[in-house]
Structure formats: structure tokens, C-alpha cells
Ligand binder design. Structure first.
Ligand code: LHQ
Length: 265
């Protein structure tokens, strides 16, 4: 049992990697308002913290996130629309707008809005036993929290519709095949492997990655002309940054570039 005083989000920072752990394991980390608002606030705090270079979102126990806590919806004085606009939508927007890479580390089942959260990461790492279910139609709801935007872009309209209409469980090997995850990792060393991956990402040029995320996000809804214009604009910002000089200098000196510098006092 989780003690009642245990926070719904656990936060830990190691080697520039901030790991945020959804912590309602008895309910497979089903989301209540407190969890969603705290996760969003923790992401914003990580964005503002110069000691953080990469953020990992994962789940405690055997689940990643079972979506909305269905025990927490009756009797609330908000409409569905208000509920989404108050909690889930700010969370998904915060992840996509974060200036740092976000890894969603899918340690177990991701269902409903939990599936949307799993898909919202910049990098999605799955444990071998993880799975994803667009479970909404089981309770006659519409996929939300970004699933209708993410999934068809990854698997095409038809597979997305089938997965949403039938609520079939996607297991890790198929997720890799469908492009829902970047890597499938062994269950027994999952947390360590995620940390190692995140540390590798944290050693990359943070400013250039921030601009890359900005360009890719914009390109998902832009024309080629708009993408070319934005690339030209952002390349100037990247080229003027010390990271670029360090990369070129390291290349010429045949050494590994050092993109992590001590924080200014
Ligand atoms: C849960 C939940 C859960 C509470 C497992 N709530 N307790 C947005 C805005 C507004 C309104 C509505 O929705 C949304 C977005 C959404 O996310 S809608 C979709 C909501 N989620 C679901 O419908 C998923 C419901 N859960 C399941 O279908 C299964 O639990 C899955 C397939 C996720 C996992 O199945 P199992 O591995 O067999 O585990 P389990 O069912 O035995 O669950 C373990 C425990 O967790 C169990 O509690 P218990 O006391 O019996 O051990 C469940 O009641 C609890 N739990 N999901 N969403």
C-alpha cells in the first residue's frame, strides 16, 4: 500500500537527469487532478532549473499510467471539457513545449490518457513487458490528451482507428514495429538502462537540441517553405552559440566535444 502522505509525483535528479515518477502504484498510477497538476508543475520547475538537461517521466510499480482515475470522476463539478482544459491539456502542452528533451519511460501498462502521455515524450523507451491500450472506447469516450494527434502521425489513420475502436493491447515488440517507441529494454534492468540513455542525451548540446525540438514541433504542422525558413532562422541561433564552436574545435582536434559546462555562479 502507498502511505497516504506519499507524494503523487516523486522527483530525483542524478547527473543532469530529472526523473519524475508517477506514484499511485496501487491504481497503476491512474491520474487524479493532484497528480496531473503536480506533474505539470514539476515539469515547469525542471525546465527552469539550469542543472537539469533531460527529464524522464516513468511510473512506480507495475504500471506506467492507467489514464484517468475512474474512481475520481463522479460528483465533480467540472464538465469533461473543463476537466481536460484544466489538467490534461496543460500537461501535454508543457511536455511538447519543454525546452529540454522529455523521455517517457514506459515501465508497464499505459492506458487511456496514460497512453497519450506515453506518446507525448520526445523519446519513448519501453520495458519489454510494457503495453499501450487506447482504452477510451471501452468506456465509450473519445481518445484525448493528444492521442488523436500523435497516433495517426505514427501509425497512419487506419491502424490508429482500429486500435482506438477495438482497444486492443499493443505490446512492446509491435510498438517498436509501429514506431511507438525508440527502444525496448529488458525489464530487470529497465530503470538503469533508462538512466544510461538519459545521461547520453544529457551529454549532447542542450541549446542545439532545444532548437531542434522547436523546429521539429513546428514542422509537424507546417509547409516545406515554412520549415526551410524556420531552419534558416534557428541555424543562426545555433551557429552563434558556444556549443557550435566547441563542436567544430573538437572535430578539428580529433577529440570528443564537451557540451556540458559548469553553471555560472
Ligand atoms: C484503476 C484504473 C483507473 C482507477 C486500474 N482508475 N483505478 C479524461 C478526462 C475525463 C474523464 C475521463 O477520462 C479521461 C481520459 C481517460 O484516461 S479515459 C480512460 C480511463 N482509463 C481506463 O478506462 C483504464 C481502466 N483500467 C483498465 O482497463 C485496466 O486496469 C488496465 C488494462 C489498465 C490494466 O489491467 P490489469 O493489469 O488487469 O490491472 P487491474 O485492472 O487489475 O488494475 C489494478 C488495480 O488498479 C485495480 O484495483 P484493485 O483495487 O482491484 O487492485 C484497478 O481497479 C486499478 N485501476 N486502472 N483508470
Amino acid at each position: 500500500m502507498t502511505p497516504p502522505e506519499s507524494p503523487v509525483i516523486l522527483s530525483r535528479t542524478r547527473a543532469g537527469v530529472r526523473t519524475l515518477t508517477l506514484n499511485r502504484p496501487d491504481k497503476l498510477n491512474a491520474a487524479n487532478d493532484a497528480l496531473l497538476l503536480m506533474l505539470t508543475a514539476e515539469l515547469q520547475a525542471a525546465d527552469a532549473d539550469t542543472g537539469v538537461r533531460v527529464v524522464v517521466i516513468t511510473g512506480a510499480g507495475r504500471g506506467f499510467c492507467a489514464g484517468q482515475d475512474l474512481g475520481d470522476v463522479s460528483g465533480r463539478d467540472m464538465t469533461f471539457t473543463e476537466h481536460l482544459n484544466h489538467t490534461y491539456n496543460p500537461l501535454i502542452r508543457t511536455i511538447r513545449g519543454l525546452s529540454k528533451p522529455v523521455i517517457t519511460a514506459i515501465n508497464g501498462v499505459a492506458a487511456g490518457a496514460g497512453a497519450s502521455l506515453a506518446l507525448a515524450g520526445d523519446i519513448r523507451l519501453w520495458a519489454q513487458s510494457a503495453s499501450l491500450i487506447e482504452v477510451f472506447s471501452n468506456i465509450a469516450l473519445v481518445p484525448d490528451s493528444g492521442s488523436t494527434w500523435f497516433l495517426p502521425r505514427l501509425v497512419g489513420y487506419h491502424r490508429a482507428f482500429a486500435l482506438m475502436a477495438l482497444a486492443d493491447r499493443v505490446r512492446a515488440d509491435d510498438a517498436l514495429k509501429y514506431g511507438l517507441c525508440e527502444e525496448v529494454l529488458a525489464d530487470d534492468s529497465f530503470a538503469d538502462a533508462v538512466q544510461a540513455y538519459a545521461e547520453r542525451l544529457a551529454s549532447r548540446p542542450a541549446h542545439a537540441l532545444k532548437l531542434t525540438k522547436q523546429a521539429l514541433n513546428a514542422a509537424l504542422t507546417s509547409t516545406l517553405d515554412q520549415a526551410l525558413d524556420l531552419e534558416a532562422e534557428l541555424q543562426q541561433l545555433a551557429g552563434d552559440h558556444w556549443e557550435h564552436e566547441e563542436g567544430v574545435t573538437a572535430f578539428k582536434a580529433k577529440r570528443v566535444p564537451e557540451f556540458v559546462r559548469p553553471e555560472p555562479a
